[in-house]
Design a protein around this ligand. Structure first.
Ligand code: C2E
Ligand code: CA
Ligand code: CA
Length: 672
């Protein structure tokens, strides 16, 4: 697993944002306050104004009415005085007449003290002039009455006093009308003030509404962004940005619902990188992360936009192919992905070759719910791994049975050591130049009580995983040494036995003592024991590995690099180890005849062996053509089915008896 980057917690929102929002709210609040204040002030002003005007006008009207009343009263009094003969009554009427006169003056003074409009002032002035004209007439008539002259008084009253009085009266009426007009004007002004207030309130309310909407929109957008970000973090893998398991399951379920409606297929492609741990261990976690990112990118590129590529964690990816018309469509995508991962990677200045194992399950054939489909794709992937990696497997219900079988095997394995069910078969290494067997590789076999003889491919990983490999390896090492001692005793004193050592065994502290004890207990001269170490060992913790190999070499044994060419080890790298032989992987031998590249590769490995003084051994030689090419290239030691399959110890002597020169001839090898 690549080092998971620390979980990214959503950063606290930028402070500027909060300030901006707060400012928005504050402005809005102020505007609302302002609107309320203006509204209240304007209403107050209008009401006050109206009240004021009404009060003034009412008082003016009262004064005007008093003036009109007293003036009319005076005319009536004159009329009454002219009619009466009783001097007492006349005096009383005169008193009343004078009284009315002062009331008129008081009312007029009251009116004049009021705030008057220009028009009112003009009318008041006009009235004053008319009074000035009417006053002497009235006084004159009153004098005549008081003197007792009664002739012509009535005529005088009718012709002079009443018209003069009427003129004054008319002005009073006009003043009254004027006052009415002022009230109307005042109410108009109040209404105008209210209109202004209303306009302001509308504008400011609109502004505050707008700001409110803007602020709310910003807040909503901001919170939406934050929640989107949170959701993304919860549903996506931080290293690759791909959907995580949760989102993947969700998408898969959606795809299943759609496919069910439209009668389509859904493919679940489970992808696991091969030997990813090795990259992590040798190049570091940062490079491992980079490789994962690059793989994610390639998978994305190899899929269609509507497919979901997700990372389940570690080096596991999974892809949903929605609405496929046929399995063919799904296979095509998977093959594209397999090829994409097979292309070299350039990570931290290294050229890396990787591969992946792919398992595929298809809805509805292999399951109708998301977890079953995922489980079955995983099972199929596991099978791809079991069958040599770098391949894809479609899920097959039989695989489940196989999984159960494996579980049984694991249980059986537990008792196998105690029951002594492990043994070695031996495969000869033939020196084709000399026509004789020079060594036997010891290959582990399990004599299973019910399933017969099993090869390591069927149980070695279980044995390694359980840790039992250490005990089994130790027991078998002794067995191999004993066997070789037997060959020596039988006259084949130059035969070497070659024993495989797995990574787990190599790194375990007991290895040195085990080898030493096996040699002493069997009496085999150390030079005839070869240990085969896989290339991987030479990649991990190089300095310690070199020290351990040196330590083993002090015992006098020889060391071979197994499966050479399949790992990442460079040749320069190997120079630092005290090695004796290189076993060229059968992968190169297999296509030797068809692929000229492999031919060139083997030629260069042979050249390297010569340079480093290492013995080259070609593995997996199956036919005579391969042998011919190898011989032509100068490789003399071969191991493979062509010579012999691995055989039980009892059959070794028969192989040693064979005349190999007769079988393969003694064609001299061309030495460069
Ligand atoms: P390996 O060390 O590369 O061993 C060679 C494998 O190739 C053997 O498989 C052998 O049977 C097979 N082989 C030999 N000639 C041919 C050929 O001409 N064509 C083909 N196709 N295959 C050929 P086997 O015995 O199944 O062993 C598989 C692997 O298991 C070995 O690969 C080795 O890595 C591991 N192994 C075997 N025995 C032991 C052991 O005692 N201890 C440990 N740690 N690993 C072992
Ligand atoms: Ca080997
Ligand atoms: Ca090998």
């Amino acid at each position: 697993m690549p080092a998971a980057p620390p979980a990214v917690t959503p950063r606290p929102q930028p402070v500027a944002w909060q300030y901006a929002l707060l400012a928005g709210f504050a402005v809005q609040l102020l505007l609302v306050l302002f609107v309320t204040l203006i509204g209240l002030r304007q209403l107050d002003f209008a009401a006050h104004n109206l009240e004021n005007v009404a009060d003034v006008q009412m008082r003016k009207q009262n004064f005007a009415k008093a003036m009109a009343l007293t003036a009319r009263q005076r005319t009536i009094l004159i009329f009454m005085m002219s009619k009466t003969d009783d001097p007492f009554e006349r005096d009383a009427l005169l008193m009343q007449f004078r009284q009315m006169g002062s009331e008129f003056v008081a009312a007029r003074q009251g009116l004049m003290a009021m705030p008057l409009s220009n028009r009112e002032r003009v009318l008041a002035e006009r009235q004053r002039e008319l009074i000035v004209l009417a006053q002497p007439i009235q006084e004159h008539i009153v004098e005549l009455i008081m003197e007792g002259t009664d002739r012509g008084i009535i005529d005088l009253v009718l012709s002079d006093a009443i018209p003069a009085q009427n003129a004054v009266q008319a002005i009073v009426t006009q003043l009254d009308a004027e006052t009415q007009r002022s009230v109307v004007e005042a109410s108009h002004a109040a209404r105008a003030a209210q209109a202004v207030a209303r306009r302001w309130m509308i504008w400011l309310s609109a502004a505050s509404l707008l700001i409110g909407v803007i602020v709310a929109t910003l807040v909503l957008r901001h919170t939406a962004r934050i929640s989107r970000e949170r959701e993304r973090l919860a549903t996506h893998d931080t290293l690759t940005g791909l959907p995580n398991r949760m989102l993947f399951m969700d998408r898969l379920e959606q795809a299943l619902v759609r496919a069910e409606r439209r009668n389509a297929l859904v493919g679940v492609i489970f992808i696991d990188l091969d030997r990813f741990k090795r990259v992590n261990d040798t190049l570091g976690h940062a490079s491992g992360d980079e490789l994962i990112r690059e793989v994610a990118q390639r998978l994305r590129a190899a899929s269609r936009a509507e497919d979901t590529v997700a990372r389940l964690g570690g080096d596991e990816f999974v892809v949903v192919i929605g609405e496929a018309a046929g399995v063919h469509d799904i296979l095509q995508v998977a093959e594209k992905m397999l090829a994409a991962i097979g292309q070299p990677f350039h990570i931290a200045g290294h050229e890396l070759f990787s591969s992946c194992s792919i398992g595929i399950s298809v809805f509805p054939n292999d399951g109708t719910d998301s977890s079953t489909l995922l489980k079955h794709a995983d099972t199929a992937m596991y099978h791809a791994k079991q069958h040599g990696r770098d391949r894809l497997h479609l899920y097959d219900p039989a695989m489940n049975a196989m999984a159960a079988e494996r579980l049984q095997l694991e249980t059986d394995l537990h008792y196998a050591l105690a029951r002594n069910e492990f043994t070695f078969h031996y495969q000869p290494q033939l020196d084709v130049a000399g026509g004789r067997i020079v060594a036997f590789e010891a290959l582990m076999r399990w004599r299973h009580p019910t399933r017969g003889l099993l090869a390591p491919g069927e149980f070695l990983d279980l044995l390694e995983a359980g840790g039992d490999i250490l005990k089994v390896g130790r027991a078998l090492l002794l067995e191999a040494c004993h066997e070789a001692t037997g060959w020596h005793a039988a006259g084949h004193a130059e035969l070497t036995v070659s024993v495989n050592v797995s990574g787990k065994e190599f790194w375990h502290e007991s290895l040195f003592a085990n080898v030493r004890d096996a040699l002493t207990q069997s009496g085999l001269p150390p030079a005839f024991l070869q240990l085969e170490l896989t290339e991987g060992i030479f990649m991990e913790d190089i300095d310690t590995a070199i020290a351990r190999v040196h330590e083993l070499k002090t015992l006098g044994v020889t060391i071979a690099v197994d499966d050479f060419g399949t790992g990442y080890s460079s040749l320069a790298h190997l120079k630092r180890f005290p090695l004796d032989a290189i076993k060229i992987d059968r992968l190169f031998v297999r296509d030797l005849v068809q692929a000229p590249v492999n031919r060139a590769l083997i030629a260069s490995i042979l050249a390297l062996c010569e340079g480093l003084r290492l013995a080259p051994i070609a593995e997996g030689v199956e036919d005579a053509t391969q042998l011919d090419v190898l011989r032509a290239l100068g490789c003399c030691i071969v191991q493979g089915y062509l010579v012999s399959r691995p055989v039980p110890a009892a059959e070794v002597s028969a192989l040693l008896q064979r005349d190999w020169t007769a079988t393969f001839g003694r064609v001299p090898t061309i030495v460069h």
